[in-house]
Design a protein around this ligand. Structure first.
Ligand code: C5P
Length: 410
């Protein structure tokens, strides 16, 4: 057994998995999946949709798993879906067809598998397989987004040769069975105990927008990605997360409370109200340092002028205000600096009364605004320093949350 498989075995051994099989040419690969799962010690019960049963038969899966196979909701000898939902620890739908994704997203219960999905409260992963044009259809995109928002997991699809001869290559191929089993194992792996479980936290994200006249504003390139990644990492550790975000193009992260604001003053009001009694505030927003002293009611006219002067006044520093009135809330700041010098970040950490500050060098191509990855240095108030990345922003978020946990009282 390889090290990876040994690890998966430790997670999946003795776990009860319902393997739902959809009607795709890739249905034959569900047999390998069933074998692999049984091989790492899982108990597997297979549910075939009517279409799947036309590609592969129940006898195959009954033979591989040593367990009865369900296909028909009304077959009297079949275990009922409620009992099977009580039995299972996890669900894996592979291959998941476009039809199955759509029915699951809508909450339809028109066959055994979809009825079981509704009855089962535990973790479920879908491994889609379909022609790449089907995968790109807006209807399929909507179904996938809904399933994600409902807390379902998606494994693949991957790019590669598609099922039928002459279909060519595309993004729609079922992930390899070994990769699906590895993903399922990591999904079910117990998370380290976290101090954030049950705590209330606030995350600021995105830019602020400071109006100059009726149509123009002062803003910056912050995308909100780092803040949203933090919100999701905290949510997945069981925290009750409120995100206060400026205008961003990204969809709001699912299953967190989101308060949308526009200006720094609005962000300050929302953060002040939310921070009272919160366990931690993560200030990932790029708050505009300045706002116009007066906002023109209409639209500025050029009026032949060669110059225009805008008078700006400083915005309040939201985070520093929280730091001046410490109430036991762990305060995490961000310092986006042009260059690798940490002195300025350390100065901000002290000046704003923070527990830690996350420095990133915005001149680096794999860090900073508008990119998926980040590389950061985490500075603690007691002088401890850790370098993280370059990694996907979600992985960087996990490291930042780990660092913040150090300062959170038990
Ligand atoms: O001073 P600087 O803007 O670089 O500080 C960055 C940190 O302070 C970030 O965590 C940012 O969210 C926070 N900040 C704030 N209010 C401001 C300016 C910055 O909360 N007006």
């Amino acid at each position: 057994m390889s090290a990876a498989t040994a690890g998966q075995g430790a997670v999946l051994s003795g776990r009860r998995v319902v393997l739902g099989v959809g009607g795709s040419i890739a249905a034959y690969k569900a047999a390998s999946l069933a074998r692999l799962l049984v091989g790492v010690g899982a108990q597997v019960r297979v549910v075939l949709t009517g279409a799947a049963a036309r590609f592969v038969g129940p006898a195959l899966f009954a033979g591989l798993t040593g367990e009865p196979v369900a296909t028909d909701l009304f077959e009297p000898r079949t275990i009922d879906h409620i009992a099977l939902a009580r039995w299972a620890d996890a669900g894996l739908v592979a291959p998941a067809t476009a039809d199955l994704l759509a029915r699951a997203a809508l909450g339809l219960a028109d066959d055994y598998l979809t009825t079981w999905l509704l009855a089962f409260p535990g973790p479920v992963a879908f491994a889609p397989a379909m022609n790449h044009r089907m995968w790109e259809q807006p209807a399929v995109r909507r179904a996938v987004a809904t399933l994600r928002a409902d807390g379902r997991h998606l494994i693949g699809p991957v790019y590669g040769p598609l099922g039928a001869p002459g279909e060519g290559e595309g993004h729609g191929r079922l992930a390899e069975p070994e990769a699906i089993v590895a993903a399922l194992a990591s999904l079910l792996a117990p998370r380290a105990p976290t101090r954030f479980a049950g705590r209330r936290v606030v995350v600021t994200a995105g830019p602020t927008r400071e109006p100059l006249d009726a149509v123009r504003f002062l803003s910056n390139r912050s995308s909100g990605r780092m803040g949203f990644a933090l919100a999701e990492a905290l949510r997945d550790r069981g925290a009750a997360v409120t995100v206060v975000r400026g205008p961003v193009a990204l969809a709001d992260p699912p299953r967190v409370r989101v308060l949308g604001v526009e200006t720094a003053l609005e962000m300050r009001e929302a953060v002040r109200a939310e921070a009272t009694g919160a366990a931690a505030v993560f200030a990932a927003a790029a708050v505009s340092d300045w706002r116009a002293r007066a906002v023109a009611p209409g639209k500025w006219k050029r009026g032949g002028a060669a110059e225009r002067t805008i008078e700006l006044v400083a915005n309040p520093d939201i985070l520093a205000e929280l730091g001046r009135d410490p109430q036991g809330t762990v305060l995490v700041g961000f310092a986006a600096e042009a260059g690798g010098d940490l002195a300025e970040a350390r100065r901000k950490l002290d000046a704003k009364g923070l527990h830690l500050i996350v420095h990133n060098d915005v001149l680096h191509p794999d860090a900073g605004f508008e990119v998926e990855t980040n590389r950061v240095t985490i500075l603690h108030r007691d002088g401890a320093v850790a370098e993280v990345g370059p990694l996907h922003k979600r992985a960087v978020a996990e490291a930042i949350v780990d660092a913040a946990e150090r300062w959170l009282p038990e």
